[in-house]
Structure formats: C-alpha cells, structure tokens
Write a protein that binds this ligand. Structure first.
Ligand SMILES: Cc1cc2nc3c(=O)[nH]c(=O)nc-3n(C[C@H](O)[C@H](O)[C@H](O)COP(=O)(O)OP(=O)(O)OC[C@H]3O[C@@H](n4cnc5c(N)ncnc54)[C@H](O)[C@@H]3O)c2cc1C
Length: 448
C-alpha cells in the first residue's frame, strides 16, 4: 500500500509541504484538507486588490486546487474542515462543508499547517456585524463587500497590516480612523525612528489615534461606533488587525508539545514531539538567530520554507530550517520602510549591551539624477561589536539594504566586517560609499 500523508491547511505552509513531499517521492499519496475555497493563495495581495491595482481575487492564487490535482497528483479537498484527528488509529475526520458529509482519511504522516488565528481586543460588542478580521481570501472577499458600502472605516491596529490597509482603503476614497494601543506605529521599530511616518499618515487625511485602548464597539446590530478610553469614533465598518496567535487546537488535542511562545515546538526538521506529526507555518515556533532563543515571528516566506522542509523530510530528506532574524518590508504611500534583526529597544530587552547610530545618506551618487536619502538606524553590540539589527526608511534604497543586512546578521558579522563588505558601486544605483558602509563606519567611530 502507498504511504499516505495528510496535510491540514492549504495555504503557504501546507501547499509547500504537500508539493515538496510529492515531488521528492512521487509514489506518496498526499491529501490536503482546506476549509476555505482557495488553496495556495496570497492574502498579502489584498490591500493592492482593494486599492485597484489587481482586478480579481483569482489573480491572488498562485496555483488552483485543480492544478494541484491534475498536474501534481495531490488530492486537494477545499471546503473541507478537519474536525478531529485520532493519532492512535491515524485517522483524520473532516466535514465536507458543501455536502455536510463526514470524510475519514487514514495517514502515515501528518502535517499541521493550520496557520494563525486573528487576535481581537478585549472589548464589548465584538459580535456586531460589520467587524472583520482577515486571514484568508474568503475573509478578504467578505470585507471588500462591507468596504464598498462604507464611508468611514475603523482600523484597529497600527502594525504592518493596519498601515497597509489604511493606505489601500484611503485610496478607495474612504475615510479611515486608525487606532492603536501602543504609543507609536509599527511597534517592532524604535519609536523615535518611525514616528516621522505619523506626518505621512495625517497628511493623507487618515485620523491617527495612538495610545488608545478599545473599550467597546457599539451599534444597532451593526457596528456604528468605536469607543476607546479616550474617545468615540463613528464608523460604518471595522477591520481588526492587531496580530495573530498560533492555531494550536489540534496540537494540544494530540499531546504535541508547545514551545515557550505558545506556538508548536518542532526540531529543525519540522518534526513535532509526536512521531510522524510535522508542523509548519504561522502555527509553529522558530529560533531567533540573533538571540538564539525560541521566537514566534510568523511570515509568508517563513511559512513557505518551513513547509518545504517538512515536505522534504516526510519524503525521506534531511532538509533543515535554521530560524529567522526577523525581517520586515513595507510600502506606505511613497515611503519604503524595512527592518532586519532587532530594534534598539528589542536588543536592550534581550539583554544585549546595545547601541546604535542613525545616519541619512544618498541612495545614488550625489550628482546622479533622482538621488534620494535613505535613513538607517544600525544597532550593534558594544561588547562584541556584532551587528544586531537595522531599520531603514526612504523613497528608495531600502529593500536591497534589508537584504544585505539580513545576510550580515545571519552570519553574525561585526560592525568592522560590515564596514569592509564588498558591496558594488555604480552611480545610478549607489554612492561609492554605500549607506550601509557609512552606517558601519559611523558605528566604528562610536565604538572607538
Ligand atoms: C492581509 C494580509 C497581508 C499579509 N501580508 C504579508 C506580507 O506582506 N508579508 C508576509 O510575510 N506575510 C504577510 N501576511 C501573512 C502571511 O499571509 C502568513 O504568514 C502566511 O499566509 C502563513 O501561511 P500558513 O500556511 O502558515 O497559514 P495561513 O495562511 O493562516 O493558512 C492556514 C490555512 O489552514 C486552514 N485551516 C485551518 N484550520 C483548518 C481546519 N481545521 N481544517 C481545514 N483547514 C484549516 C485555513 O483555512 C488556512 O487556509 C499577510 C497576511 C494577511 C492576512
């Protein structure tokens, strides 16, 4: 009999695991259960769809369920919700959400790729209609229907997702009230580095309310008002975007160990504590390569890579997922904002004897048309001189330096190593002293 793999969840991690396992070992039987009607989809593209840059939800699908069935030989079952797993008899029990019928499938190996669950504030009135969270394209479709009918939209959360949606919804011609509990936007950045973006937010007509705690949502069955500890805001719909927690429902039921972060603990082969059960994606803990400690830093690239590693090992491979340094890249109107590794405040919290330098430098040679400024905060350790992180902001020149710094941090290079790194030079692309090299040189002066 063919060896059988069941994957729960058909998004980034699940489909990467299924595809890799089947490609590496074509005689494996691979079944994927996915609750929503799409697999291999990109919720990350939703803000751009709302903004009008992308004309249909179908464009946000990498490969359809049909493609996986036909071309890859993977038995993909969309609109199937897994409701129970019995590991002693190795059975997954799912409900076909179209027919209501129960489906039982046996497995030899199981992948938990159930992703994350959107967090919600502790507030009254969460059950009113018109309040949304987004994880899947199905969620995105529902929210778009509400958006079209709304004049004013409340966004709760000033992180990455909240800002992206604030831009998109503003560009739809809607009024946006953006509310955050923290005292600055993008809390993974240092406040004094990032708060210049507040001006961009306000100049775009977005009402920014920082340091406000949601008390309740009020309405007549449908949400009409957001009440915080400092004010009240009339809205026609609400998007809650305050982060996610790992979906560990089945892990807990199966006795799979969770890590200190509350996400599923695996080894670097993505094996959980229970034999033949793997886990990957936004439900799974990883290692922060800067601190060496367990971390929960969910992201799409990490989910894909974890999934691929799980699939490879299920099919007899020995691929490893080492961990992450924590990278962020975001476009907010014309500003590009990026980060690799730790902010200064995160570094202090982690116990490093940290320091930083702030620089602003040309993105191209000073005489080359179109040169702009990129701002960099480089964070380093005063004892070891190791580069711990970098924050970047500018109209251009951000992503390439986030990429370079990610490699620098991963390989545990020092400020001195970075100052002599062989980065390329040509006037249309960089100045002869690249801004990263300038930041490292200024850091060296501080260290001496
Ligand atoms: C609007 C938006 C924008 C984003 N932008 C970015 C970005 O720019 N960059 C970035 O790195 N990340 C971004 N992300 C995050 C990124 O999408 C996730 O990190 C990634 O999708 C995680 O993949 P996953 O497979 O681990 O989990 P998920 O994508 O959460 O998928 C889990 C899947 O499991 C299914 N499932 C769960 N339970 C069951 C069950 N019992 N039975 C059947 N199926 C089940 C769910 O329906 C879901 O499809 C964004 C997310 C959103 C929502």
């Amino acid at each position: 009999m063919k060896e059988k793999v069941v994957v729960i969840g058909g998004s980034a991690a699940g489909m990467a695991a299924a595809a890799r396992a089947k490609r590496k070992k074509p005689d494996l039987e691979v079944v994927v259960f996915e609750r929503s009607k799409y697999v291999s989809y990109a919720p990350c593209g939703l803000p751009y769809l709302y903004e009008g840059l992308i004309d249909s939800f179908d464009r946000l699908i990498y490969y359809t369920a049909d493609y996986f069935r036909r071309e890859r030989g993977i038995d993909v079952r969309t609109r199937h919700e897994v409701v129970d797993i019995d590991h002693s008899s190795r059975q997954v029990i799912a409900i076909n959400l179209n027919s209501g019928k129960e489906v039982i499938v046996e497995y030899d190996k199981l992948v938990l790729a159930t992703g994350g669950i959107s967090l919600k504030p502790r507030a009254e009135g969460l059950d009113l209609s018109g309040i949304y969270t987004i994880r899947t394209l199905d969620d995105g479709e529902k929210f778009l229907k509400a958006l079209i009918k709304s004049n004013t939209v409340g966004i709760v959360g000033v992180g990455f997702g909240g800002l992206e949606m604030a831009e998109a919804i503003t560009k739809m011609g809607k009024k946006v009230v953006l509310i955050g509990k923290s005292d600055h936007i993008l809390p993974m950045f240092d406040k004094e580095f990032i708060e210049v973006i507040n001006n961009v937010i306000v100049n775009k007509g977005i009402s920014l309310r920082l340091g406000e705690k949601i008390v309740s949502f009020e309405g007549d069955g449908h949400v009409r008002k957001i009440v915080t500890d400092k004010g009240e805001y009339k809205v026609d719909s609400v998007l809650i975007s305050i982060g996610i927690k790992p979906n560990t429902h089945f892990a807990r039921k199966l006795g799979v160990k969770l890590g200190v972060t509350g996400a599923i603990k695996t080894n670097e082969y993505m094996q959980t504590s229970v034999k033949d059960i793997y886990s990957a994606g936004d439900n799974t803990e990883t290692i922060n390569l800067v601190t060496g400690k367990p971390a929960y830093i969910p992201s799409a690239p990490t989910a894909n890579k974890m999934g691929r590693v799980a699939g490879d090992n299920i099919a007899g491979g020995s691929m490893k997922f080492p961990g992450v340094v924590g990278t962020v890249i975001l476009k907010f109107f014309n500003e590009h904002i990026g980060k690799a590794g730790l902010s200064y405040n995160e570094a202090l919290r982690e116990g490093f004897n940290a320091s930083y330098v702030d620089i602003s430098h040309n993105t191209r040679s000073h005489y080359y048309p179109g040169t702009k400024k990129v701002r960099i905060r480089l964070v380093f350790d005063l004892d070891t001189h190791r580069v711990l992180g970098g924050q970047f902001m500018g109209y251009e020149g951000v992503i390439e330096r986030v990429f370079a710094l990610t490699a620098v941090i991963t390989s545990k290079m020092t400020v001195e190593d970075l100052a002599t790194l062989d980065l390329p030079y040509n006037p249309p692309f960089t100045p002869v002293w690249d801004p990263l090299i300038v930041a490292a040189s200024v850091a060296m002066r501080k260290l001496s």
